[in-house]
Design a protein around this ligand. Structure first.
Ligand code: K1U
Ligand code: ZN
Length: 172
């Protein structure tokens, strides 16, 4: 298992839609293991493959809150097949946009279909933080960031802060 570096916005790989996974092999299992380890280490509740520079439709998440046991999930080629009309607003963060938070309104519940690492097909309805997280991660697979839901001034302010963070990190 290897911790993989997380790309920081702005990066062209975070703005591109990822193609579907077609091969279920050891490389994919290794990617999922590395992504879960990287997410827990960050720490975060979700992570999408393009955030570690891999352009594949793979996401991991675990929104269980202590003292509940962890529930590491790996979703391959996930699709939202139903969204509730009622919405919920959550102050979102992103491991690719560190220390920046903003309220985003999304469907409160979604039903998602995905494939597991063995190619089996699964469906589940998510609510609460799970629903917010799975939508945030699927957005990553489509090249969309939570700041794309904000107005242009706030989005540009956050982007400038991230450009500075990257410059400072490169100099350190
Ligand atoms: O995709 C990502 O960048 C991960 C992101 C997922 C997410 C968080 C909140 C709302 C929607 C999606 C994060 O995990 S940010 C870190 C975070 O929220 C967190 C970290 C530790 C404990 C609990 C939450
Ligand atoms: Zn994110």
């Amino acid at each position: 298992m290897t911790l993989r570096p997380i790309l920081i916005h702005p990066d062209p790989r975070l703005k591109k839609a990822c193609p579907a996974v077609t091969e279920f092999n050891d490389e994919l299992r290794m990617l999922a293991d590395d992504m879960l380890a990287t997410m827990y280490d960050a720490p975060g509740v979700g992570l999408a493959a393009p955030q570690v520079g891999v352009m594949k439709r793979v996401l991991v998440m675990d929104c269980m809150k202590a003292p509940e046991p962890p529930r590491p999930m790996v979703l391959i080629n996930p699709q939202v097949i139903w969204s509730s009309e009622d919405t919920s607003t959550y102050e979102e963060g992103c491991l690719s946009i560190p220390e920046q938070y903003a309220e985003v309104t999304r469907p409160a519940e979604v039903k998602v279909r995905w494939m597991a690492l063995d190619g089996s097909v699964h469906e589940e309805q998510f609510a609460g933080l799970w629903a917010t997280c799975v939508q945030h991660e699927i957005d990553h697979l489509d090249g969309k960031l939570f700041i794309d839901y904000l107005g242009p001034i706030k989005r540009q302010m956050i982007t400038r802060k991230m450009e500075k963070l990257k410059r400072d990190r490169a100099r350190a």
